[in-house]
Design a protein around this ligand. Structure first.
Ligand code: GAL
Length: 668
C-alpha cells in the first residue's frame, strides 16, 4: 500500500523543497506525481529545454525515500506555442474558439501541437526516463476533462474524414447506406464533403444532426484521445524501460472510451473527489471505484484524492476529521493499491487557489496533514497483510460506450440515462455488501455469475454473440429496457425488438411507451406474490416466447396486466428482460432475487451509512466495514476475526466509531 501526493515544485521557491520533502517523509508519503502541467518550465522558449530543476526536485525527493511518477506536460500548452500556431486551440460546436487559459484545450489533430507534444515528451523521457528515482509515468492529465474530448475545428474535420474513409474502406456508398443519408437529402458524393457535427438551425450541441454521424464523431473523438496517448506511450516505453505507465481517469466519464484508453497502460489510476457525500452519511459513490477497477479487471491507483475543500467558483465543504482517511480506506477496500492526495500545498495563485491541499497556502502542517500522517502510518503497518489482495466480484455491470453515446443523441425518454442507471445498480449491490465490476462487452465476462446490462441499446452482431455465449455457458444476464434497438451504425433494427437479443431474452416487445410524459399517471409493477413496486419513466411491453415466464407485470395504463419482466432459460443460464426502470426499493428486490439465483450471499440489514467490501488473497480474507456517518454504529459482522486496526478479536455485533472502520482478517 502506497501513500502519495501531487506535488508542484515549480510553484514554490527551491529553498522550500527540502521542508516539503521532509514533511512528506514524516507523513509516510513515498510517491509524488509531478510535472504534468509544467510544459513552460521545461521548455520556456521554442526548443530551449530546461530539465535541471526537475532533476533536482526528483533527486531531493529521492533522498527522502520518495519516488516520482512523472507526468508528461501536454495538457497545458505554453503561450509561445499559441503565438506560433494561433489556430492550435479547440473549437466549440457553435464554431467559437476555446481561448488560451485552460487545459486539455489544444486540438489533438493540430499537426503543430502534435509535433511539439511529441518533442517535449521525447526530450523529457531523454532527460529523466532512466533516472532511478522515476518509477512510473502518467500520460498527460485527465483526457477529456472540461468537455475537451470533442473538438469541432477544421483539423478535426479533416481527421474525421480520414477516420471515416478507413472505417468504410473508402466506399462512400457504404457510408451513405449505413447512415441512411437519403433522409433530408444528406447523401455524400465523397468523404471530403462530410463535416463535424456543428450546431444546426435551432439545435445546439449536435442535437439537429444525423445521429449516425454524431455517434461516429463520438467514436472518432474518443479514438483521437487513445491514439494521442498511444503515441506518448510508444516514446516512453522506448526511452524509459521498466517504468509503469498510467493515466489518471475520472471515474464514470462519458466521452472517452476508458476500456480502450486503459488497454494501453499498465495500471489504471483515477481521481477521486467524493465531496458530494460529505455530510450525507452515505458511502461515496461506489460506481466510480468499481468501474475503474473493472477497466483492466485489476487493482488500481487513486492518483488524486480530495484532501481539503475543493472549488473553482462553487465550493465544496472541507472533509470532516476522519473523512480523508475513511475515503482512502474505501478506495483501498474497493481495489486501490495506492492513494495519492491532491495536492500537497494549496496554491497561492491561479484558478485553483481554493482547491485545497493537505497544507493551507501558508505551508504549515495542520489538521489535514496530521490526518494524512496517521493514515501513512496505518498503511505502512498493514501493507504486509493487504499487499497482493484483490477484490473478487461475482457481478459485472456493463458500461457500454456505444449505448451511452447512442442514447446521448436519442435518449428515448426524458430522464433515461445509462450512467445514472449504472450508478443505481452499483448502489443497490453495494447496499447488500456485494461489489460489482464495471466492465465492457470485451472484458472477460466468464468471471461473473451475474451480468447487468442497464440497457443494451446498441448491439453489434459480435456483441450479441458474446452475450449469448455468456448466458449459454451458465451466466445470468439482466437486460434493461430499450435493448437491442440499434445496430452497429446506429440505425434502428429491422426486426422485432430486442432484435439480435430476442433469442436469449425469450420475448419480444409488443409496444414501447414513455409514460413519464403521461399526466397524472403513477405506474407500478406487480410480482407473482402480488407485491407492487413503483415503475419509472418508460415501459417495454413484453410478450414471452417459448419457455420464458413472466416475473413482473405492469399495474396501470392501457397495458396493465401485460408483462414487464420476463425470465428465459437459455442454454445453461438465464436471461431476464426488464422492460422498465425501478426505484430504489424495486432495485433492491431485484438485486436480492438475482443474487439468490446465482448463490452470491448478500448482507441484509446493513445500516445505510455502512459499506462492506472484501479483499482476498490465497490464505487471507479481509472484510472492510466502513462507517460513513459521523456517529457510532453497530454492525453484525459477516464472520469473526481480528480487526487489523485495533488488533482486537471481533465477532457478532460490533460498534464502529463515526467516520471509522474495521478491517477484519477472518479466521481460516
Ligand atoms: C483534477 C485535476 C487536477 C486538479 C483537480 C482539482 O481533475 O486532475 O489537476 O485540477 O482536479 O480541480
Amino acid at each position: 500500500m502506497i501513500l502519495g501526493v501531487a506535488y508542484y515544485p515549480e510553484h514554490w521557491p527551491e529553498e522550500r523543497w527540502e521542508t516539503d520533502a521532509r514533511l512528506m517523509r514524516e507523513a509516510g508519503i513515498t510517491r509524488v506525481r509531478i510535472g504534468e502541467f509544467a510544459w513552460h518550465r521545461m521548455e520556456p522558449k521554442d526548443g530551449a529545454f530546461q530539465f535541471d530543476w526537475l532533476k533536482r526536485a526528483v533527486e531531493l525527493l529521492g533522498r527522502h525515500g520518495i519516488k516520482t511518477i512523472l507526468g508528461t506536460p501536454t495538457p497545458t500548452y505554453p503561450a509561445w506555442l499559441h503565438m506560433k500556431h494561433p489556430d492550435i486551440h479547440q473549437v466549440n460546436s457553435n464554431g467559437t474558439i476555446r481561448e488560451f487559459g485552460m487545459r486539455q484545450d489544444a486540438c489533438k489533430n493540430h499537426p503543430g501541437y502534435r509535433d511539439y507534444a511529441r518533442r517535449i515528451v521525447t526530450r523529457l523521457a531523454d532527460a529523466l526516463g532512466k533516472h532511478p528515482d522515476v518509477v512510473a509515468w502518467q500520460t498527460d492529465n485527465e483526457f477529456g476533462c472540461h468537455g475537451t474530448a470533442r473538438c469541432w475545428c477544421s483539423y478535426c474535420r479533416k481527421a474525421f474524414q480520414e477516420w471515416l474513409r478507413k472505417r468504410f474502406s473508402n466506399d462512400i456508398r457504404a457510408l451513405n447506406t449505413a447512415w441512411g443519408t437519403f433522409f433530408w437529402s444528406q447523401d455524400y458524393n465523397s468523404f471530403d464533403e462530410i463535416g463535424v457535427p456543428r450546431d444546426t438551425a435551432g439545435c445546439a450541441g449536435n442535437d439537429g444532426q444525423n445521429p449516425a454521424l454524431v455517434l461516429d464523431f463520438y467514436r472518432f473523438s474518443s479514438d483521437v484521445q487513445v491514439e494521442f496517448q498511444r503515441e506518448q506511450i510508444k516514446i516512453l516505453r522506448a526511452k524509459s524501460p521498466g517504468r509503469l505507465i498510467t493515466h489518471n481517469l475520472m471515474g464514470a466519464h462519458r466521452t472517452v472510451n476508458y476500456f480502450h484508453l486503459a488497454a494501453d497502460i499498465d495500471v489504471v489510476s483515477w481521481d477521486n473527489y467524493p465531496f458530494s457525500s460529505n455530510g450525507t452519511n452515505l458511502p461515496p459513490n461506489s460506481m466510480h471505484h468499481d468501474l475503474m477497477r473493472g477497466c483492466k479487471q485489476k487493482n488500481v491507483w487513486v492518483m488524486e484524492q480530495g484532501s481539503g475543500q475543493g472549488g473553482w467558483g462553487s465550493y465544496n465543504a472541507t472533509p470532516q476529521p476522519g473523512q480523508m482517511r475513511l475515503w482512502a480506506w474505501q478506495a483501498v477496500a474497493r481495489g486501490a493499491d495506492m492513494v495519492s492526495f491532491f495536492r500537497w500545498r494549496s496554491c497561492r495563485w491561479g484558478r485553483e487557489q481554493y482547491w485545497h491541499g493537505l497544507l493551507y497556502h501558508h505551508g504549515q502542517p495542520q489538521r489535514r496533514y496530521q490526518e494524512a500522517k496517521a493514515l501513512g502510518a496505518e498503511l505502512a503497518a498493514l501493507s504486509k497483510e493487504l499487499d497482493g489482495t484483490t477484490v473478487e466480484s461475482q457481478v459485472g455491470i456493463l458500461f457500454d460506450y456505444d449505448s451511452i453515446w447512442a442514447l446521448e443523441t436519442q435518449p428515448c425518454a426524458q430522464g433515461f440515462d445509462y450512467i445514472a442507471l449504472c450508478r443505481e445498480y452499483a448502489q443497490a449491490f453495494a447496499r447488500l455488501g456485494v461489489t460489482a465490476d464495471g466492465v465492457s462487452l470485451d472484458s472477460d465476462l466468464s468471471r461473473y455469475d451475474l451480468l447487468i446490462a442497464p440497457s443494451m441499446h446498441l448491439i453489434t452482431p459480435e456483441g450479441a454473440e458474446r452475450l449469448k455465449a455468456y448466458v449459454h455457458n451458465g451466466g445470468t444476464l439482466l437486460l434493461g429496457p430499450r435493448s437491442g434497438v440499434k445496430d452497429t451504425e446506429d440505425a434502428v433494427v429491422d426486426a422485432l425488438l430486442p432484435g439480435l437479443l430476442r433469442e436469449p431474452a425469450g420475448c419480444h416487445v409488443e409496444d414501447y411507451d414513455n409514460f413519464g410524459m403521461v399526466k397524472n399517471l403513477t405506474m407500478h409493477v406487480r410480482d407473482e406474490d402480488d407485491r407492487v413496486w413503483p415503475a419509472r419513466i418508460m415501459a417495454d411491453v413484453l410478450v414471452p416466447e417459448g419457455k420464458a415466464r413472466t416475473l413482473l407485470t405492469y399495474a396501470g395504463h392501457y397495458y396493465a396486466g401485460k408483462p414487464a419482466a420476463v425470465e428465459n432459460p437459455y442454454g445453461n443460464g438465464v436471461c431476464i428482460y426488464l422492460g422498465t426502470l425501478l426505484d430504489e426499493s424495486g432495485l433492491r428486490m431485484l438485486a436480492e432475487r438475482l443474487l439468490r439465483r446465482v448463490h452470491v450471499s448478500a448482507i441484509s440489514g446493513l445500516p445505510e451509512c455502512v459499506e462492506v467490501v472484501c479483499r482476498v488473497k490465497p490464505g487471507g480474507t479481509y472484510t472492510f466495514y466502513l462507517n460513513h456517518s459521523a456517529h457510532p454504529v453497530a454492525v453484525d459482522l459477516v464472520r469473526p476475526g481480528v480487526d487489523l486496526i485495533s488488533g482486537k478479536e471481533t465477532t457478532g455485533k460490533t460498534e464502529i466509531a463515526g467516520f471509522n472502520l474495521l478491517i477484519v482478517k477472518e479466521r481460516g
